[in-house]
Design a protein around this ligand. Structure first.
Ligand code: FES
Length: 142
C-alpha cells in the first residue's frame, strides 16, 4: 500500500495543488474563509448527492461541509478530494464553474467548494481518499 505525503506549508491560502496517489490525481485545497462559508451555507436539501463520500467516515455520513473537510480544530480549511469526475472520469478544472469549486470540461458537471456535485451528469460528490494528519503541516494520503 503506497501513501503520499503532502507538505501543507507549500499550499498558499486559496491554492489548489494536485498530487498523485496510486496513479490518481488528488486535489488539496487550502480554502479561504469565503469558500468555507459558502459550503457551510448550502442546505443539505440543495445537494444532488447527500452522502459525504468520505473514506474516513461512515458510509452513510451526510455531505455537510464538516464531513467533507479535514477534521480537527483549525483544519476545516483543508479539502482533500480525488480529482476524478464521478461521471466518466475526466479531471475537473479547479476554481471554475458556477459553484466556486470545479468544472468538468467533458460534459459540464460542476462541484462546489466542498467538492460536492451541484450540476450533473456526475452522480456523486468527488470522493475523499483515506488520509490523516501526521503533523500540523503534513498529511499522509492512503
Ligand atoms: Fe465529468 Fe462527464 S466526465 S461530466
Amino acid at each position: 500500500m503506497s501513501s503520499t505525503e503532502v507538505d501543507l506549508t507549500q499550499v498558499a491560502e486559496g491554492q489548489i495543488v494536485t498530487v498523485k496517489w496510486r496513479g490518481k490525481p488528488v486535489f488539496v485545497w487550502n480554502r479561504t474563509p469565503e469558500d468555507i462559508a459558502k459550503a457551510k451555507a448550502t442546505a443539505l436539501s440543495a445537494l444532488m448527492d447527500p452522502v459525504a463520500r468520505n473514506a474516513n467516515l461512515a458510509a452513510d455520513a451526510p455531505a455537510t461541509d464538516e464531513n467533507r473537510a479535514a477534521e480537527g480544530a483549525g483544519r476545516e480549511k483543508w479539502l482533500v478530494v480525488i480529482g476524478i469526475c464521478t461521471h466518466l472520469g475526466c479531471v475537473p478544472i479547479g476554481h471554475s464553474g458556477e459553484y466556486d469549486g470545479w468544472f468538468c470540461p467533458c460534459h459540464g458537471s460542476e462541484y462546489d467548494s466542498a467538492g460536492r456535485v451541484r450540476r450533473g451528469p456526475a452522480p456523486e460528490n468527488l470522493a475523499i481518499p483515506p488520509y490523516k494528519f501526521v503533523s500540523d503541516t503534513k498529511i499522509s494520503i492512503g
